[in-house]
Each structure stands twice: as C-alpha cells, then as structure tokens.
Design a protein around this ligand. Structure first.
Ligand SMILES: *[C@@H]1O[C@H](CO)[C@@H](O)[C@H](O)[C@H]1NC(C)=O
Ligand SMILES: *[C@@H]1O[C@H](CO)[C@@H](O)[C@H](O)[C@H]1NC(C)=O
Ligand SMILES: *[C@@H]1O[C@H](CO)[C@@H](O)[C@H](O)[C@H]1NC(C)=O
Ligand SMILES: *[C@@H]1O[C@H](CO)[C@@H](O)[C@H](O)[C@H]1NC(C)=O
Length: 488
C-alpha cells in the first residue's frame, strides 16, 4: 500500500476536495476507485502484463502504458481511441538515406476510458512491440556558429517565451544572439534561462518604437561583432531554424568577404506586389560584414525612412549600395494564411528557416524538434509512408495523415492554405510549386506534445485527431527509441 500512496497517484486529477482529507483516507479511496474501475477498464484491453502485482506496477512508469493524463490534456476527459507505434532508431556511421516507407502494420485503435482517476493504463505485451526499426546518421556535436551574430527586436515578455525555441538552434553553437527589447521590467530571469539553455544571449533594453528597434539592430550588431563575425543576421522572435548544421553548411556557399544580402522573398505574389522585391524579415536576413559596414556609414539617413523594418533594410541597401538580394530558397517567410499543413507535409528537404508558426498558423517548433535527439535533425519533418499498401504518412514531429487518394507526383505540395489576394495567375507557384489541390478528405492527426525521456533514451509524440459530433477523438502515440547499442 505504501507505494500506492507515493508518487504520481497521490496527485491525481480533480482531487480538490480530497486534498483536504488525510493521506491515509486518500489511499483508501484510491484503492476503492481502482477496485471499482481499474479492473473493468483493463478487462476491455485483455490481460495486464505484470500479472503478479498490478497495483505495484501502476507506479512503475517504465512499464509500457498509456499516459491517461496526457490524453485528458489533449484529447478528451471522457474517452478516446488510442493506437501506439514504436520506432527504434539505430544510428550508424555508414548511414546513406532514410527509407521512403516504414513498412508498418495497419494502425489498430483501441478504446481508452478517461473518466477515471487512473493516471496510466498498462498495455498488454501484444500492443507494445517494435513497429519499425530504422537507421539514422550518428549524432554530432552542435556546429560552430560563432561567425554569426543574430539580432531580434521584440518585447521582454515575448523574448522570454522564445528562448526554448532559440535553444534548438543556438544552444552550444557559439552563435551570438542580441535581443533589443523594451524597458518593461527586469531581464534577469531571461539571462538566467539563457544560461541554463547554453544560449549566448546579450539583451539591450531601449525605449524606441519596435520598428526603430528593428532597424537599430544594424548598428547594434555591427558594434557587437567580433573578429570571428562573418554574418549579421536579422530575425523575428518567431523565426526558427530547424537545423543549425544545415544553415551553417549552406551559408558556406556565400563569400562573406563580399557585400552580401541573402534572404527569402515572400511566398505570396500579393505580398510581393505590396512590399516589393526584398528579403522578408521573418525568414531571416543575412548580411555580410562588408555590407553592414556600408549600411552603418549611412545609418542616420536610412533610419529616417519610417516603414516596416525589413523594408527599411531593403531600401537602405538598394539606395546606397550596388548589392542586390540573393534569394536563398531554403529560407521561408511562410506568408501562408489559414492552414499551412501542406507546406510542412510536403516531404521536401528540411527548410533552413520557418516563420509565422505561432501567429498566422500554429505549429509547435519546440515539440517538433525534440525527436532530433533520437534520429538527428534531418529526420525532422521527414515524411514516411506507412506502407505501399495504404495512404498513411508520418510527418515526423508535425502530423500523421491519411490522404483520401494516392497522389501521383510526390513533389507536389498540397495547397491547404488560403488563396492569395493576387488577381494574376499562379500566385504561389513561383515560390512553392509544383502545387496540388487541397485534399478535402484528408484525415489529419496533429502533434500536440512531445515528451523527452532522457534516461530511457526515448521520445513520445502525441498526435491527436479531433472528430465531429460525438465521435471519440483518436490519438496516435509514436514512441521513438534509441537502439542502446548503436554508435553515438
Ligand atoms: C519497472 O518495470 C520494468 C519493466 O517491466 C522493470 O524492468 C523494472 O525493474 C521495474 N521497476 C521497478 C522499480 O519495479
Ligand atoms: C479536461 O479537463 C481539464 C480540467 O478541467 C481541462 O484542463 C482539459 O482541457 C480537459 N481536456 C479536454 C481535452 O477538454
Ligand atoms: C553498416 O554498419 C553496420 C554496423 O554499424 C554493419 O552491420 C553493416 O554491415 C554496415 N553496412 C555496410 C554496407 O557497410
Ligand atoms: C569556433 O571556431 C572559431 C574560429 O575558427 C574558434 O576560434 C572557436 O574556438 C570554435 N569554437 C568551438 C566551440 O569549437
């Protein structure tokens, strides 16, 4: 009984009234609840694995189980349909490429009762098997990005909220991140958090308007450069770099000793029409130091032209230097309104940058990036077909989808987002084509949470499909495991 009262069970949900009751009474009550409901639930699912001592094993979270709390947070408080996939990753130095399909068995959904006090439900052995084993490249240390200085203009509050996402690309790389924020309050907790996350962060507080703060980055970053700095990079607080290694590698193809203005156009012709041919800020704007030196010399002139920050940069460059934009196709402004899932699910190579993921469209970049610790950055957003016999796909860290029909051209991106305001032809094709029509019958499970279990070398991803009417939501849990004897 002692084990029962210790650990997660004693914190069970909806326990407000019970909190007042002494611990002993709580134990008795929980025991009673288990006797009434626990066995009943298990009965639906067949035998419990640990037959000798089901109660003790309920506190043992390393046994294979469904995390009912997680399902209650993301799916339903009553009941759901649940399926589990387990993918084992062997990291090998002779890795060549990821397979197209995973050769998974058909998904098997089982009902799960959530209107209970239980926190977990043990799963029988036959539902806890390795669904697929794949190879992945060996893990590598973070790249050296000490030649890049990143500038972001934001608020103190948004800066704090952005640090976890920044950590994915900046932590341990030596990249210098300079944030210019308002003067609303202390930034001590920001500094502490950045240190914990191993982000090299400098915070400058000033009272300028946001747009002026953005342009002022040109001068601030120029002043804060050091002898290693080759690139001055302007970003938004919702600019995300899925793979710093890929970014560093790609930037090596540009000569930083020349004046360089590298960035991305908007994807939408109507935005291009209004804002003009320039590097759009959210995708990241990469300026070589020789160019920034030229801009710094005309700073005051350029600062007086009040406009959107990225427009001010473009105008300053076009009016004062011979440098023109180089469109780096891996960078993405993501001017896609509504449902941008077609972009993420395209199965194309991993974007160098992503933007608007927490404003125009919600996608959890921190959740997405977690699985990189198991299969490497190149498996993020990787699209695997379940098997050649069906139209199910796993888009790693983003969704699980079933298309209503096979699509003949695997390169075609599904245009799920809203139409452009542009009246002419093909407003998105110059940037994202080939495109295909939205699949109205697509079944889509979206990532709701990813949980790292470091000590067990695994990541659990929770994908949820909410359904219409009184149909139960469906949940797919994908458990990613490191093969323990794989090379590291
Ligand atoms: C928990 O369960 C695992 C797997 O069933 C077992 O190896 C481990 O010894 C158990 N731990 C405890 C503390 O009971
Ligand atoms: C279940 O109830 C909790 C507590 O009231 C709530 O926070 C949560 O959002 C609910 N879950 C769903 C899926 O509605
Ligand atoms: C790749 O490496 C694995 C072990 O790391 C080995 O078993 C396998 O034979 C190798 N394959 C090739 C083609 O070298
Ligand atoms: C990164 O590269 C610079 C310049 O080559 C070097 O001085 C620095 O020590 C490197 N940093 C790390 C962490 O390797």
């Amino acid at each position: 009984m002692q084990l029962l009262c210790y650990g997660p069970l004693s914190q069970w949900r909806q326990s407000m009234a019970l909190r007042a009751i002494a611990a002993a009474a709580t134990c008795l009550l929980i025991f009673a609840v288990f006797s009434l409901y626990g066995r009943h639930d298990n009965a639906q699912l067949g035998p419990v694995v640990n037959a000798e001592s089901p109660f003790l094993s309920l506190t043992n979270s390393s046994a294979c189980h469904v995390d009912l709390d997680l399902l209650r947070t993301h799916a339903s408080n009553i009941s759901a349909e649940y399926a589990r996939l387990e993918i084992v990753v062997a990291r090998t130095s002779n890795f060549t490429q990821f397979s197209e399909t995973l050769d998974l068995p058909k998904l098997n959904f089982h009902p799960v009762q959530l209107y209970t006090a239980d926190q977990i439900e043990l799963l029988p052995k036959e539902r806890c098997f390795t669904s697929a084993t794949i190879q992945a490249p060996v893990a590598s240390a973070p790249p050296n990005a000490s030649h890049m200085i990143f500038g972001v203009a934001t608020s103190t509050e948004r800066l704090y909220d952005s640090l976890d996402a920044f950590a994915h690309w900046a932590a341990g790389t030596g990249a210098h991140v300079v944030a210019v924020v308002d003067e609303d309050g202390s930034v001590e907790k920001h500094k502490k958090r950045a240190k914990e996350l191993d982000i090299r962060l400098t915070i400058v507080q000033n009272s300028d308007e946001l747009l002026d703060r953005y342009f002022s980055l040109v001068r601030i970053l120029y002043e804060k450069r050091d002898e290693l700095t080759q690139w001055v990079v302007l970003i938004d607080d919702d600019t995300f770099f899925p793979s710093m290694r890929n970014l560093v590698t790609r930037m090596k193809s540009y000569d930083p000793r020349e004046p360089q203005y590298v960035g991305a156009l908007t994807e939408d012709m109507s935005q291009l029409h209004y804002a003009g041919h320039m590097a759009f800020g959210g995708a990241g704007i990469f300026l070589s130091v020789p160019l920034v030196k030229q801009l710094d010399a005309v700073f005051n002139n350029c600062y007086d032209f009040k406009h959107a920050g990225d427009r001010m940069i473009a105008r300053c460059i076009y009016h004062n230097t011979l440098t023109k934009l180089t469109w780096e196709r891996g960078l993405h402004q993501m001017d896609l309104r509504g449902d941008a899932s077609g972009f993420y699910e395209s199965g194309r190579s991993l974007p160098l940058s992503i933007h608007h993921w927490k404003s125009w469209f919600h996608a959890d970049m921190v959740g997405l990036s977690k699985v990189a610790s198991i299969c490497g950055e190149d498996c993020l957003l990787r699209r695997w077909r379940f098997s050649k016999q069906d139209n199910w796909y796993l888009v790693n860290g983003f969704s699980v989808v079933e298309y209503s029909a096979p699509f003949p051209n695997p390169d075609a991106m599904e245009q799920t987002w809203d139409d452009s305001k542009y009246q002419g032809l093909d407003p998105f094709d110059y940037s994202l084509g080939p495109l295909r029509k939205k699949d109205e019958g697509k079944i889509s499970f979206r990532l709701r949470e990813a949980i790292s279990e470091r000590e067990r070398k695994q990541i659990r991803q929770i994908y949820v499909q909410q359904r219409k009417g009184d149909q139960k939501p469906r949940v797919i849990e994908v458990v990613w495991k490191s093969l323990s004897n794989s090379e590291v």
